[in-house]
Design a protein around this ligand. Structure first.
Ligand SMILES: Cc1ncc(COP(=O)(O)O)c(C=O)c1O
Length: 392
């Protein structure tokens, strides 16, 4: 059997480097409190300032962040119905909580330019089904068409959840992605724009959502709320002092992270803009080589891309096979484009039947990823692009 070439170019690399580890070790030697405590609050405040929203809640993954957003929406009492538009291109946990919490998900085709929600299809769904909620994904650090999407929001009055898990650092006309939704989620998984080992965040300007997010993250108790919000609950339910810390106002989860992860996050945040800049430069270099020859994501004017991989579509499946083979033979890691069309996965079609759409299917059958991370050099990208072009 032919042995595979060892990987020389990984799709993603750890953004936690030796300096970050040394910093963490020094902090640990100060015997900090190793649970969620003050450092988490500091990280949340710094994150809110960075993203440009009032409030943030740190949790243990991007998937947990999505779970929290859906559940908090349900508890908020603001939904007219449980219909939610979900994207065909995204991640399983962009949609899974909708299924787990008994929403009625309606899948939307992918946009031909950004691979986010196809806005014509979305409008048809909004007219026909009148969903209360739209869940969007900023696909892979390429900003979606936010002016047009926000116009639809104004016209039809839905709540917008913005899954920015693998996209932060990107900007739409000067405004950071992740600052458009009523609530937005972020993931700090390995290989994403920055890492807290595992981790996630929900950010919002909405105080009711913020309070519910904090309660649901930790068991449904009120300990993490500010004094006024906490006291209001204590008074409403006439709780005595001794019981106060352990009264569960909602049926909550434990989706907390820890101060250790938050400490890592604060360090990552300090170099996030620099890492984002490197990703943008790499993406641009790939685009120079491959943009004329292959179908790739194209944002509107005045957008900044911050991609974690470079996504491209081959002409057809045989061409994708040839490209993948050449990449693997040259030690270049590759994979399908995100999860392709989520409507073609068993978790979806076993419940609702196959959701097949021309664009999402094309991404499913012809899409692939190329490496992009801050330590990739221009000559690496030139080489990878050459392998792709020769194979095609
Ligand atoms: C769009 C999107 N949403 C959610 C997630 C889940 O994030 P996590 O891996 O932190 O749970 C991912 C993971 O890659 C993602 O790409």
């Amino acid at each position: 059997m032919k042995t595979l070439s060892p990987i020389k170019y990984y799709l993603a690399e750890d953004t936690i480097d030796n300096k970050d580890i040394d910093r963490l070790i020094s902090w640990l030697k100060g015997t900090p409190r190793l649970t969620k405590d003050k450092v988490t609050v500091e990280f949340e405040e710094k994150w809110s300032r960075w993203v440009g929203l009032k409030h943030s809640v740190f949790c243990n993954s991007g998937s947990s962040a999505n779970l929290l957003m859906y559940y908090v929406l349900l508890l908020s009492g603001r939904l007219k119905n449980k219909k939610v538009v979900v994207p065909s291109v995204g991640w399983v946990t962009t949609i899974a909580p909708a299924i787990q919490f008994g929403f009625e998900p309606i899948m939307c085709e992918a946009d031909k330019d950004t691979f986010g929600l196809d806005l014509e299809h979305l409008e048809k769904i909004l007219i026909k089904d009148k969903p209360s909620t739209v869940m969007m994904v900023q696909v892979l650090g390429v900003p979606h068409k936010m002016d047009a999407l926000l116009k639809l929001k104004q016209k039809y009055g839905f709540i917008l959840l913005e899954d920015t898990c693998a996209a932060f650092g990107a900007k739409y006309k000067g405004k950071k992605v992740g600052s458009f939704g009523d609530m937005s989620s972020f993931s700090f998984y390995f290989g994403h724009q920055m890492s807290t080992i595992e981790g996630g965040m929900v950010s919002t300007d909405d105080k009711q959502f913020y309070d519910l997010l904090k309660m649901m993250r930790s068991h449904g108790w009120s300990k993490d709320l500010d004094k006024d919000a906490h006291n209001a609950l204590v008074q409403k339910y006439q709780v005595d002092d001794f019981h106060t810390p352990f009264v569960f106002y909602e049926a909550g989860f434990n989706l907390r992270s820890t101060d250790l992860n938050a400490y890592v996050g604060i360090g990552q945040l300090e170099k996030l803009d620099w890492m984002g800049q490197r990703r943008t430069e790499n993406h641009t270099r790939y685009k120079e080589h491959l943009g004329d020859k292959f179908y790739i994501q194209r944002p509107e004017e005045n957008c900044v891309i911050s991609s974690i991989h470079f996504g491209m579509l081959a002409e057809d499946e045989p061409q994708r096979k040839r490209i993948v083979k050449a990449l693997v033979e040259n030690g270049i890691e590759t994979r399908i484009f995100s999860a392709g069309n989520l409507g073609l996965h068993p978790f979806w079609f076993n419940r609702y039947g196959k959701a097949s759409f021309p664009m999402a299917d094309k991404i499913h059958h012809c899409g692939l990823f190329l490496p992009n991370h801050p330590s990739l050099k221009q000559e690496d990208i030139d080489f990878i692009a050459k392998v792709v072009l020769d194979a095609a």
